[in-house]
Design a protein around this ligand. Structure first.
Ligand code: KIV
Ligand code: ZN
Length: 523
């Protein structure tokens, strides 16, 4: 059981791999989930919610493997209020040295209406399912979903039942992002004062960001007595997302004078994991996002720059180094060697083996030939791009001509399972023509859900990173690529997304990757 004996300590429960991953389009591959779990574990997250084991075979496998590999973190899985979900969850998390079953049911009037249960019937179900979970696992978290819209008396009643049935953590979800800070603090405070047995469990806060208050609501809940914050990297999550881990952690650290609670997070790991989550989820971080946005530590205006030079505290309340951003950033160039490249990548948070270094070095040299100075952001883009060599589809060459009327012609040559195929197509601009040519070579029904371009650094020789998200029969795949030529980056990102779709189809068998239980059933 997770016991917070130190009242100053707030547990960080990360749900990037469950609530974050359930956001449409954010689906990660198995290997990506393992990588993110390892980074979360290394950075000192107390509890990792690794997935929803009954949702699909893929979720089950990911949670089991994360459970087997975890070094320090407690590994948790989600289960609805029924024995089959709970048993499946236990099968997946039982491998972890420290494990947890998280079971939940919607308790607000609107959510009670879905299974059409009376208050008494639901109370009985809560007693049965929490007792069942507790018989399997000594650490059980229970959540009354949509708690912030549940009648006060009923909320107190069901929480008491869950505690009596053996729940060790009571999580209070603001499922639809409806609460506000004063109410969030007050709710937790009153629950702890009112519910019998409340002092024997940990209260957790789980906030969604629909009104932009998730971070404020989570911190207010801690002021009210919660000692576990549920959050995701970059605030990833359905709709407007969840409380952002980096925001609550840095707020507690920076304003410890007025919020005297500590976490176990190594904040210098924040930036790297933020970038990895952005890449693997295909959800780029907005430039002005607190803590991890590209501009969060940039001081553009003359007056700010002048102030910063005199004393950085004039405009900076945190140091970039605190979140793992290197203060100085000397660019590399075409004469830089492997050792310099490895050293730079390590300072950026990447641990790379010799073989990977060889591959990256080739790509770095190609980039350095095109671009005089290779900045940190260029290297990060290079590391984020999917340029696997064993894919079904590989770009061999492409030629695009643009007319002044918007019409463009693209000739693309792809290697498809070892055979070269060429197609020429016309389109509404160079990217449209290129994508049409790729579709002519590899016909598919995938629907383009997202196409996004970002300039990595400044100047006309800047690299562009392109993200492409494709959807086919409920399966979603994203691809990213970086290149000084935006159209080439677009083609590579599109091809990479297609390769991922093909890989998923192959791995899963007919229709198997689509979750048997949609996350829509939850919220
Ligand atoms: O937002 C929510 O209510 C949830 C529950 C499953 C805890 O994510
Ligand atoms: Zn949620």
């Amino acid at each position: 059981m997770t016991n917070v004996t130190d009242q100053d300590r707030v547990l960080i429960f990360d749900t990037t791999l469950r609530d974050g991953e359930q956001s449409p389009g954010a689906t990660m591959t198995h290997d990506e989930k393992l990588e993110i779990a390892e980074l979360l574990d290394d950075m000192g997250v107390d509890i990792i919610e690794a997935g929803f084991p009954i949702a699909s075979e893929g979720d089950f496998k990911a949670v089991s493997e994360i459970a087997q590999r975890a070094k320090n973190a407690r590994i948790c899985g989600l289960a609805r209020a029924n024995f089959a979900d709970i048993d499946r969850c236990w099968e997946a998390v039982k491998h972890a040295e420290k494990n947890r079953i998280h079971t939940f049911i919607g308790t607000s009037p609107l959510h009670r209406a879905i299974p059409n249960l009376t208050q008494d019937e639901m109370a009985e179900k809560i007693h049965e399912t929490v007792s069942h979970a507790r018989n399997l696992c000594e650490d059980v978290q229970w959540s009354p979903m949509d708690a912030t819209r549940t009648e006060w008396d009923y909320l107190c009643r069901v929480i008491e039942i869950a505690i009596k049935a053996g729940a060790t953590t009571i999580n209070i979800p603001d499922t639809v992002g409806y609460t506000a800070p004063a109410e969030s603090a007050d709710l937790i405070r009153r629950l702890i004062e009112t519910v019998p047995g409340a002092d024997e469990v940990i209260f957790a806060t789980h906030c969604h960001n629909d009104l932009g208050m998730a971070t404020a609501n989570a911190l207010a809940a801690v002021a009210g007595g919660a000692r576990q914050i549920e959050c995701t990297i970059n605030g990833l999550g359905e709709r407007a997302g969840n409380t952002a881990l980096e925001e609550v952690v840095m707020a507690l650290r920076t304003r410890n004078d007025i919020m005297p609670w500590k976490t176990g997070i190594d904040t210098t790991k924040i930036m790297h994991i933020s970038r990895r989550v952005a890449t693997v989820s295909g959800f780029p971080v907005q430039f002005n996002k607190a803590i991890v946005g590209k501009n969060a530590f940039a001081h553009e205006s003359g007056i700010h720059q002048d102030g910063m030079l005199k004393n950085r505290e004039n405009f900076e309340i945190m140091r970039p180094e605190d979140i793992g951003l290197s203060g100085t950033s000397l660019p590399l160039g075409k004469h830089s060697g492997r050792a310099a490249l490895r050293d730079k990548l390590e300072t950026l948070g990447y641990e790379i083996g010799d073989n990977q270094l060889k591959d990256i070095f080739v790509r770095f040299k190609e980039l350095a030939d095109r671009k005089k100075e290779v900045f940190d952001d260029d290297l990060i883009a290079l590391m984020s791009a999917d340029d696997a060599t064993n894919d079904h589809l590989q770009l061999v060459s492409m030629k695009v001509t643009c007319g002044t009327g918007g019409q463009a012609e693209a000739t693309v040559e792809l290697e498809v399972d070892g055979k070269d195929v060429i197609a020429t197509e016309h389109g509404d601009g160079p990217v449209d023509a290129t994508f049409k040519a790729i579709r002519a070579i590899y016909p598919n029904e995938a629907h383009l859900q997202l196409y996004q371009v970002h300039a990595v650094t400044e100047g006309t020789d800047a690299q562009a990173t392109v993200s492409v998200r494709l959807e086919e029969d409920g399966m979603i795949a994203t691809g990213q690529s970086a290149n000084t030529d935006t159209v080439v980056a677009s083609a590579k990102a599109y091809i990479s997304a297609l390769n991922r779709l093909i890989m998923r189809r192959e791995k899963a068998g007919p229709g198997a990757d689509a979750r048997e239980i949609s996350y829509k059933d939850l919220t």
